[in-house]
Every structure is written in C-alpha cells, then in structure tokens.
Design a protein around this ligand. Structure first.
Ligand code: UDP
Length: 236
C-alpha cells in the first residue's frame, strides 16, 4: 500500500551536480532514476519538476551583466536540459517518461497543458514538466507548487540534500533539531528557509502539503511514498 496516489516531485538542479561543481553527474542522475523507478512500480502517479541551478541561475546571471529576463530564460532552458537528461536516464532503467515544456519548443518536449499532463499521469508515465513556469522572476519551487496544484497532486515532495526542515542550520548549529511537522504559518513566523515566499504562499492558499526530505539517500523516495516518517511535512 502506498500513502499517496499522485505526487509532484521537485528536484533541485544543484543536487544533480553530485560531487561536481557544475552540470549533471551521471551517477547521481542514475540514482534518482532508480529511486523514481521504485515508486512507479508501486503504482504512484509521479509528476516531476526539476530546477536548473546546476547550469544557470537568472539572478547570478544578472549579477554578471545579463538582462534579468534573458538570464531567467536561460535558467528555464537549463531546467529543460535537466529534464531531458532525467527522461533519458529513466528510459535507461525501463521507465516510461514524457517531457512537457512550459514554453513551446516542440519536438524537444510537448507544450504543457493540465489535461495532457493528467492524461500522461493516468497512463502511468512519469510526467516531467520542464521550463519552470515559463515566466521570468519565478523559481522552480513556484513552478512545482503550481504544477502540483494544477495536476491535483496530493503532496509536493521536495527532494533536497538535507533530512528536512530544521530549527537552525544543522551545518552551523549543533543544537538544530528537525521538525517532523510544521505549519506554513510557523515557517513564516520563524523565517525558515523552506521555499521562496511565492511558492510557500501558493501551497498554503491551495492547501497543498510539502514534504521536505533527503533525496540523496537511496531508498528515501520509496520511504516517503510508503508513509515512513522521514523528512518534514509542512502543512496548512
Ligand atoms: N526560472 C524562471 N522562471 C521559472 C523557473 C525558473 O525564470 O518559473 C529561472 C530562474 O532564473 C532560476 C533558474 O530558472 O534561477 C533555475 O531555477 P531554480 O533556481 O529554481 O533551480 P534550482 O535552484 O532548483 O536548481
């Protein structure tokens, strides 16, 4: 039995770097594909949004003199590169995956609509939605919140490099403790860095819980789907 029937998995671009300083680490990519394969075998309908920070970030681009809108468009294209890489790794482990893009760029990916994405989820295909929201000044956390709400996912699973949401930065403060559950209001009140405010507001307003967990530990995604108490659930 699985705890969820339909999820939206957010993967950060940075975690795709693995031990590298830039780009895509093949080992990490394949580990992710294996973990996703495990949950598709459990029958979970899986939508995925991936970041692009391992390749390009609009904000750092504008610091180097790029026009912000152009920089953000470059960032969105970076998410498409990551999405294609993941879809190809999934194919390599025998999992059907389909790439949708928020910006028209057929035949790289199909132009996203809610209906087509849900159809793909219902067929059991891993549904990767690339290109962020399609708009500058947003993040892929916001894109994944948006796509989770649109595709009627029960939860947004935010795969990170840390075990969940902590009272302080666990790398700097030895007394930092992990929350098992925390409300969006507490996240605001305590100024905890879970997601940007736009993404947080979208989840809160639409009553979409967010589960923050460590995706870099093999088997963790399966644990999440099985309802094992790992990570932190942020709820309304
Ligand atoms: N981006 C954007 N609109 C979106 C999503 C992303 O303009 O809807 C751009 C933005 O420049 C961002 C980059 O794409 O810096 C990469 O996304 P993000 O930083 O969210 O990736 P992550 O941190 O998850 O790797």
């Amino acid at each position: 039995m699985t705890k969820y029937k339909r999820i939206l998995l957010k993967l950060s671009g940075e975690s795709l770097m693995g031990s590298q300083k830039y780009g895509i680490d093949e080992t990490r990519l394949n580990e992710y594909a294996e973990q996703i394969s495990e949950i598709t075998k459990m029958g979970v309908q899986t939508g995925i949004v991936i970041g692009g920070g391992n390749i390009f970030r609009g904000l750092s681009g504008s610091a180097k003199g790029f026009d912000r809108v152009k920089g953000d468009q470059m960032g969105m294209l970076a998410t498409v590169i990551n999405s294609l890489a993941l879809s190809s790794a999934l194919k390599g482990v025998g999992v059907k995956a389909r790439v949708f893009t928020s910006i028209k760029m057929e035949p790289v990916g199909e132009y996203y609509t809610k209906e087509k994405a849900i159809e793909s989820l219902e067929k059991g295909e891993v549904t990767i939605i690339a290109g962020g929201t399609g708009n500058p000044y947003f993040t892929t956390d916001t894109a994944s919140a948006l796509r989770a709400v649109e595709t009627e996912a029960e939860i947004m699973c935010k795969g990170t490099r840390v075990d969940g949401v902590y009272s302080a930065d666990p790398e700097k403060d030895a007394n930092a403790t992990r929350f098992e559950k925390i409300s969006f209001d507490e996240v605001y009140a305590k100024n905890l860095q879970v997601m940007d405010l736009t993404a947080t507001a979208l989840c809160r307003e639409n009553n979409l819980p967010v589960l923050v967990f460590n995706m870099d530990k093999k088997g963790n995604l399966k644990k999440v789907i099985s309802g094992e108490p790992i990570g932190t659930i942020v709820y309304k």
